[in-house]
Ligand binder design. Sequence first.
Ligand code: ZN
Length: 213
Amino acid sequence: MYRIGERTSARNATSRNRFARHPHTAADRPLAWNYPRDTQTPGQPKETTVREATVTSMEAIEAAARHAALTRGEGPSSTDYGAEPSILHAPSEQAGVEAILRHRLRLPGDVRLSTYEDLNHPLFPGAQHFRATRTQLSQGRRAYFFIGAYESAWRLAFSLIAPCPDCGAPVPSALINSQADFGDWLIGRDGTSEAPLFRTSPVHRRDCSLVSG
Ligand SMILES: [Zn+2]
């Protein structure tokens, strides 16, 4: 015998833990939610109000991306933003990946990114040991996740994690290599390209009809 309240709360807990339920992603949940939010030095006055007022919101990031998609071809070309940062000159591989994603999505400096090793996907096609990177773009309580992997020897490509249309598992879905690409995806346009890792991702559920390989 159950009480209605119990059943409701169980269902809520399940929906909150969709990622955790999946066997492949249980160990791959974001590690960065508990990064230090307050970098205040002891003895200094608190500046929380000022800092919060200047942080770019996720809504502003999304609005800028949609605008870039709608004005694609009209605005400044990608080269007007300067050369892409080199991963070879970054202090670490993770810092280099973040700098490239920040550059491609035109993310302001106050937007936090955190990058760690992705446990499910290879860094380049056929790689056995080198793992792709997983970068979390989070503002407030909202987050997007991007997988970074080489699509060729020199080109690092980013794919947005989104639910598979067939099985619902969180897989690399759309190739997002510019602010306009991100905007296209947000608008729901057909123009976005399928992520190279989409059909081979081991994160799909076993009965997913879209898996290949
Ligand atoms: Zn699937």
